[in-house]
Design a protein around this ligand. Structure first.
Ligand code: NAD
Length: 266
């Protein structure tokens, strides 16, 4: 007998949220079902069947979902992450929230006490499995990201204004702990690398704005104990998110939860 498909709650119905919703409802072979969709502005979800729209996120527990996926803003994790984890598993895409060490601790402690799990989706970065596996080995981990200026939100950067950037410019170089609050919508990849590898204080980050680029380019290097990993990924941009992020987010949800039979890459 086929197992029941896990119920997925989606927070955020924008570029990524819409894609995930459409894929889950139109492709039963994925082995997932929608438990609810919540978006801050109600107009965005007006087109959806009313029975799946969750107006007040505080009512999430009544929906009986097996996983909540945040595809909205780091504030969601700050405000609701602990409540979610008291009830169910949680996959935040806006991973920059974890650069707040106190929040990170509270979330991990809540998950440990409640027997729930926090899933870190790899998003635009590949090789996080290897990074995690070698965590004890790495002496240094560096993530460098080059992005088109139009894909960057510089509203928390006191030193740069997007309108003034006409040539390739290094916006930031330093630890993941510091880059995340400065570019919270743009450096989720850096946060994912920090979480998978050697943490926010030891992960070295570089962010470059390039007016001539159309894609986001990520270069990841990890070195230690004679081992060296180098990964480069180029990803065309749509708003603040890369195109491959759609496929990768869906695949991460599937890896975390789907129950369909057949070959599975793990
Ligand atoms: N982990 C990764 O690799 C990765 C990659 C790309 C994007 N992201 C992050 O995922 C999130 C979604 O990306 P997107 O491209 O779909 O963005 P988007 O702007 O297209 O969509 C976000 C949606 O969430 C809604 N929203 C915003 N704040 C909310 C809140 N507090 N509560 C409920 N709804 C809220 C907005 O109204 C919008 O509909 C962003 O925070 C982005 O930084 C992560």
């Amino acid at each position: 007998m086929a197992p029941t498909s896990p119920r997925i709650g989606l927070i955020g119905y924008g570029y990524i949220g819409r894609y995930i919703y459409e894929q889950i409802v139109t492709r039963p072979e994925l082995g997932l079902q929608i438990g609810f969709v919540h978006n801050r502005s109600a107009e965005a979800v007006a087109e959806l069947p009313t029975d799946i729209v969750l107006e007040d996120v505080g009512d999430f527990a009544g929906c009986g979902v097996d996983l909540i996926v945040e595809l909205a803003h780091p504030d969601v994790t700050r405000l609701h992450g602990e409540s979610f984890l008291q009830e169910t598993d949680y996959m935040p895409l806006s991973l920059t929230a974890f650069a707040d060490a106190e929040l990170d601790d509270r979330l991990r402690n809540t998950a440990a006490k409640s027997g729930t799990r926090i899933f870190v989706p790899h998003g635009a970065v590949i090789g996080l499995d290897a990074l995690e596996e070698g965590r004890e080995t790495w002496e240094e981990v560096t993530i460098r990201m080059d992005k088109p200026v139009r894909s960057l939100d510089l509203s928390n950067d006191p030193d740069h204004d997007a309108g003034d950037i006409t040539t390739r410019t290094t916006l930031f170089e330093g630890p993941a702990r510091e880059i995340c609050p400065r570019y919270p919508r743009n450096v989720n990849s850096h946060a994912a690398v920090a979480l998978a590898g050697i943490g926010f204080d030891r992960t070295h980050c570089v962010l470059v704005a390039d007016p001539d680029l159309e894609a986001s380019i990520i270069e990841l290097t990890a070195k230690g104990g004679g081992v060296e990993v180098q990964i480069r990924r180029e990803n065309p941009m749509q708003g603040v998110s890369g195109v491959m992020t759609l496929m990768s987010s869906l695949a991460s949800i599937g890896r975390a939860k789907a129950v369909q039979p057949g070959l599975r890459v793990c």
